[in-house]
Design a protein around this ligand. Structure first.
Ligand SMILES: [Zn+2]
Length: 350
């Protein structure tokens, strides 16, 4: 999976895409979790849940395998238990090497009729290696899947209360299927699930409640936050997309605040404030093509264990995972809490 495409200076060379309309950035004073004295129960870790969740996902789960079916059922059950309305996006497709396979994207909604969505995503399939049937893809992407479910779990009381009486925003969790290439990474042999879901959301429309306005479902995604390759030591997360740079900056600020408050382990900075100057191909590709704003949280350089048998539980770096979980939870909390009007980060056609 995932070629690193270095598009040097590319961000400045997209003549049809102009700067963002609006930048979203929470005021530093509103960082809810900086003061341990004021820390609310909803921002407290639940490592038991995290470990149990990760254990359930950390099995070989190549599309079409028994482990894949098992993890798919686990995701649906977990989302249901957490109060999400779940939806399966199923399709069959012929792929290199393995032939025709059944793919299933898993989508969980809170507040499914909301005008717009904060969308958090990762892929749950593991890569097929003919010589390594035991490959479990711990960083790729079992840990990101566990992070999404754990975020929903630890924020559950807040989410329940928040979404009781609002129509501006909903939360959407997406577990993409078939991100990995079966042979060599190309546009055709990769991101099978993401391509199917993006196309489906672009073709279907919803009428927003209280209006006569019908909009494409894909245009209801305010931002697609895509997690990938998380769990190795010294991970660095750069800002890859100009229109979500403000959101990335808020992650930098949250990390700073939590570190200052003594809530993070170690001193290595995770979120880098400078734009990366390139992009990494991943599940967001078909969404970018539909002008969906993307916040890509992927470690670059890739973990040393990437696509090797060592990408397993034994090589995970727990302080890094704990730090990421804390920053990410606080980010999701703030996005929802501070959201008062639609956030339009889409590139405006000039
Ligand atoms: Zn991979």
């Amino acid at each position: 999976m995932l070629q690193l495409i270095l598009i040097l200076a590319a961000l400045g060379q997209l003549p049809t895409l102009l700067a963002q309309k609006q930048q979203w950035r929470p005021a530093p004073s509103s960082t809810a979790s900086v003061n341990p004295q004021q820390q609310r129960p909803l921002l407290i870790d639940d490592e038991v849940h995290f470990n149990q969740t990760l254990n359930s996902i950390l099995v070989p789960r190549v599309v079409g395998s028994q482990g894949h079916q098992q993890v798919l059922q686990f995701l649906v059950q977990s989302l249901t238990n957490l109060g999400f309305q779940t939806e399966l996006d199923e399709f069959r497709q012929r792929v290199p090497v393995l032939g025709e396979l059944q793919f299933t994207n898993v989508i969980g909604y809170i507040n499914p009729t909301a005008q717009n969505f904060l969308t958090l995503a990762c892929h749950y399939d593991s890569k097929y290696f003919p010589n390594d049937p035991n490959f479990v893809g711990a960083t790729d992407s079992a840990v990101p899947c566990a992070i999404l479910l754990n975020t929903a779990k630890t924020l559950q009381p807040f989410l329940k209360k928040q979404f009781l009486n609002r129509s501006d925003l909903g939360l959407m969790l997406v577990f993409f299927d078939g991100e990995e290439a079966f042979k060599d990474w190309t546009n055709a042999d990769s991101v099978y699930g993401a391509r199917h879901l993006a196309s489906k959301l672009a073709k279907t429309r919803s009428v927003l409640s209280g209006t006569n306005q019908s909009i494409r479902n894909i245009d209801r995604i305010e931002v697609l936050v895509l997690l990938d390759l998380i769990g190795a030591p010294n991970a660095k997360f750069s800002s890859f997309h100009q229109n979500t740079h403000g959101l990335h900056t808020s992650l930098v600020q949250i990390e700073q605040s939590l570190r200052k408050a003594g809530q993070l382990q170690g001193n290595g900075k995770m979120f880098l404030s400078l734009p990366s100057g390139g992009q990494v191909d991943d599940d967001h590709r078909p969404f970018l093509e539909e002008n969906v704003p993307v916040l890509h949280l992927i470690a670059t350089p890739f973990p040393d264990v990437w696509h090797t048998p060592k990408d397993n539980a034994e090589h995970l770096h727990w302080p890094s995972i704990r730090n990421f979980v804390k920053v990410f939870r606080s980010f999701v909390y703030q996005y929802i809490r501070l959201h008062t009007e639609p956030v339009n980060l889409r590139y405006q056609r000039g």
